[in-house]
Ligand binder design. Structure first.
Ligand code: PRP
Length: 189
């Protein structure tokens, strides 16, 4: 990306302005805080790198329950590849004591659903006490597996979105809003 990179010129429209993100994180934090208020187990926010970092940072500071933080970096393979059913772990948890943990996986977006579906299964197989999922954005029209996140910020149409953690070629993650990328950016014209 050129050092002259300018988000203003690359974003076609703002889909989720920062004020709405603020409302979403407040609503989800309230729900989660209520649901886990009397939880006798340790609640862990499992932050999936890299895209969910801004969302997780905002969400965690609005929670009124104690939580621990863990991080993973994973990628899944689409159903059409030989690796279907597999999840590739680039960075794993550094603990095995999952039986006493109530894990909430934090994602920026659910698309085909393979990543959250397989990650949830993996953590259950490792005997986590419970596993729930929380995503800022959901593109239900793209789903390839039957998976519904427990906490969802906003359903969006199938458009190429960047910002607030979401990238195109690692750019745009630091934008304070979610915007639709101008197709000229990725079509090369
Ligand atoms: C994105 C997103 C989810 C996954 C969702 O991650 O953060 O992890 O894709 O897609 P799915 O529902 O089709 O599985 P990405 O691989 O782009 O990594 P990043 O967060 O580091 O950008």
């Amino acid at each position: 990306m050129s050092p002259l990179f300018n988000a203003e010129d690359s974003i076609q429209k703002i889909l989720v302005p920062k004020e709405e993100i603020e409302e979403i994180t407040s609503r989800l934090a309230e729900q989660i805080s209520r649901d886990y208020a009397d939880d006798p187990y340790q609640v862990v926010l499992l932050i999936i790198l890299k895209g969910s970092v801004p969302f997780a940072a905002d969400l965690m500071r609005k929670l009124t329950i104690p939580v621990q933080l863990e991080f993973m970096k994973v990628s899944s393979y689409g159903a059409s590849t030989k690796s279907s059913g597999e999840i590739k772990i680039h960075l794993d948890l550094n603990r095995n004591d999952l039986q006493d943990l109530d894990i909430i996986i934090i994602e920026d977006i659910i698309d085909t659903g393979h990543t959250l579906n397989r990650l949830t299964q993996l953590l259950k197989n490792r005997n986590a006490h419970s596993v729930r999922t929380c995503t800022l954005l959901d593109k239900p029209s793209r789903r390839e597996v039957d998976f519904t996140p427990d906490y969802c910020g906003k359903q969006i149409p199938d458009e190429f979105v960047v910002g607030f953690g979401l990238d195109y070629n690692e750019e745009y993650r630091s934008l304070p809003y979610v915007g639709v990328l101008d197709p000229r950016v990725y079509s090369g014209s």
